[in-house]
Design a protein around this ligand. Structure first.
Ligand code: ACO
Length: 328
């Protein structure tokens, strides 16, 4: 288990943004073109509708701009852009390069691919950059899975969709309270065959096997982050899990001993947006005023690879509606 250097510089979230394409596909729309039904999809996944369309760069620019605006900073102040995506618009260059240009950033930019765990990987990397002297980092999670989904395959087509979520993270001092208390990253490449897409191909998935492993690795990762943070599940104010299937979230929460009322869920209207799913759920929780300074928040994801990632944050006072009077 990694340990923190005693003098680690910490970071808090000061802005957030989300984006979804305009085109909405309901379960009823899908039932018109494949052998499925609204009731089956809701009962087995919890999903009612999803948004599809757009590009990874376009959605990232939209969510990233909102996050920068809410943070109230000049884009040129950002020291690095981390874009988590499994669906870049091109192989070369990284999609983050185009996002960096369109947002008017003057900094390094890179893509990371850790499938649905990507945003939490990005958040941990951003904390690492801040520990090494960076002051402001933009972390974006975006996926456009509709482009790699076979819309004739009911096993996958009912699950996947497109979206983006972003946060601005800024260096903080202890007085402002926010802190990354614990984190855990994992991967198990031996499970590749259960969930993959070849270059130019569609997502192939053994849903049952992914389900079984997902619950186990989410719980394991969350427990490792909580142990490092020295917190217990009953102390968590909010858990923001990867939005793949409501039954996976329910099973993981039950094993962790966290009541479902404390879980952030948006999959009902987003579907599984991979790297975007955790920041979309976090953004909705922020908008609903479900996070407050001092709260303990657990982010936990799993994905192809099979990756897992989690982080325990003590929420700071960096958001516009949490900032003390007079401070930006
Ligand atoms: N509509 C109607 N019936 C369906 C559908 C559908 N869309 N899909 C499958 N069925 C049928 C099956 O053929 C099967 O019929 P049978 O009993 O006659 O053989 C029956 O429904 C049950 O199928 P199961 O596969 O057992 O259904 P299950 O309850 O396992 O749900 C699901 C399937 C939703 C795919 C589930 O296994 C799951 O969510 N797995 C995890 C997938 C996941 O999270 N993937 C993303 C990982 S993250 C990332 O990196 C992208």
């Amino acid at each position: 288990m990694p340990s923190f250097p005693a003098n680690t510089r910490n970071a808090i979230i000061t802005g957030w943004g989300t984006a979804q394409p305009a085109k909405v596909l309901t379960n009823h729309d899908l039932a018109e073109v494949m052998d499925t039904s609204h009731d089956w999809i809701v009962e087995r996944t919890g999903i009612h509708r999803r948004a599809v369309g757009g590009t990874t760069v376009g959605l990232s620019v939209e969510s990233g701009r909102l996050a920068i605006d809410r943070a109230g900073i000049d884009p040129r102040e950002i020291d690095a852009l981390v874009l988590a995506t499994t669906t870049p618009d091109r192989c070369v260059p990284a999609s983050s390069a185009a996002v960096q240009h369109e947002l008017g950033l003057r900094c390094g930019a890179f893509d990371i691919n850790a499938a649905c765990s990507g945003f939490v990987y990005g958040l941990v990397i951003a904390h690492g950059l801040v520990a090494m002297g960076a002051n402001k980092i933009l972390v974006i999670g975006t996926d456009t899975l509709a482009r790699i989904t076979d819309w004739n395959d009911r096993n996958t087509a009912v699950l996947f969709a497109d979206g983006s979520g972003a946060v601005v993270m800024e260096v903080t001092d202890d007085a402002r309270g926010g802190q990354l208390l614990g984190w855990h990253l994992d991967a198990d490449g031996s499970a590749e065959r259960f969930l993959y897409a070849d270059i130019g191909g569609y997502i192939q998935m053994d849903g049952k096997e992914v389900f079984r492993r997902a619950v186990r690795i989410m719980v394991d990762s969350a427990e490792q982050s909580m142990a490092q943070a020295g917190v217990t599940a009953d102390q968590l104010s909010l858990i923001v899990p990867h939005q793949a299937n409501i039954r996976i979230i329910e099973a993981a929460c039950q094993r962790l001993g966290v009541p479902m009322e404390r879980a952030a869920t948006v999959l009902q209207h987003t579907g599984n947006t991979s790297s975007a799913s955790i920041p979309l759920a976090l953004g909705a929780a922020i908008e609903d005023h479900r996070v407050n300074p001092g709260d303990l928040v657990l982010l936990v994801g799993f994905g192809a690879g099979m990756t897992a990632a989690s982080a325990v944050l003590r929420w700071g006072d960096g958001l516009p509606h949490h900032r003390p009077e007079g401070r930006r």
